[in-house]
Design a protein around this ligand. Structure first.
Ligand SMILES: [Zn+2]
Length: 256
């Protein structure tokens, strides 16, 4: 029986830990201290680390982890110099008795990977609760294709993003799709969870498909809002996605 836990790090990162009560796997350890404290408290041995991309808040803890475990297995994109197992699209990673399918999901960065083993998807800064990552390196077309690929996973997939951004994203989602009842309901539900300091994640992919505007660019309601806002007609889903992403980049969510 495997247990999944999001360990808070920095202001809004999660380091996901999957364990079987003795061996553990961690995803994107940006900071070693909270991870080591958790492993220690639960008497777990870290067997492997999966890295989605090379931003400091995802890999910053690796040197301290290597100091404790010089032979630690580090799986990640080929751009990560200290990866012991560089992996790429279509490969499989075996850990904790699971086979993780690796997919390239460029957009936030060009080297971004996602790892999937039923029912868990570790998607780093690609897919967030009700949102998606900023486009630091990739194009809107790349990010949209990456999100569309993740959207084909089974609806009961447990989505495990690397940041707690859900409430801010849902405020934006309400602007992008004001008459979507599922978004309102999710916002109320997740607001209560955050008020009690519970994570809003993981979340089911089916909920993302119903409430995440970046997975809903083909919806007439979103197209209408974007076309009214930009005062022009859009001819493709990529254009709508790009406009939505630009709008979100400048969107200020209220602190809740
Ligand atoms: Zn990042």
């Amino acid at each position: 029986m495997l247990t999944l836990t999001p360990i808070p790090a920095f202001s809004d990162n999660y380091i996901w830990v999957l364990h079987d009560q003795s061996d553990a796997l961690a995803v994107d350890p940006g900071d070693a201290a909270p991870l080591l404290a958790y492993l220690d408290a639960h008497r777990l041995r870290l067997r492997a680390v999966l890295i989605t991309h090379c931003h400091a808040d995802h890999v910053g803890g690796l040197p301290a982890l290597l100091q404790q475990q010089p032979h630690l297995r580090i799986v990640g994109p080929s751009t990560l110099e200290i990866a012991t197992e560089p992996v790429g699209n279509g490969q499989t990673v075996s850990a904790l008795g699971l086979d993780f399918a690796v997919s390239a999901v460029p957009g936030h960065t060009l080297d971004h990977l996602a790892y999937y083993a039923t029912p868990w998807l570790f998607c780093g800064d690609t897919l967030f609760g009700a949102g998606c990552g900023r486009l630091f390196e990739g194009t809107p077309a790349q990010m949209l294709a990456s999100l569309q690929a993740l959207a084909t996973l089974p609806p009961d997939t447990q989505v495990c993003p690397a940041h707690e951004y859900t409430l801010a994203n849902l405020q934006f989602a309400q602007q992008a799709e004001p008459f979507n009842h599922d978004i309102k309901q999710r916002f109320e539900h997740d607001k209560t969870r955050r008020a009690h300091h519970y994570p809003t994640l993981p979340c089911k992919l089916s909920l993302e498909l119903a409430t995440n505007p970046f997975l809903r660019c083909n919806q007439p309601a979103i197209r209408q809002v974007i076309e009214q806002k930009e005062k022009r007609i859009f001819s493709s889903e990529v254009e709508i996605f790009a406009a939505l992403r630009r709008w979100k980049d400048g969107f200020k969510a209220q602190d809740i």
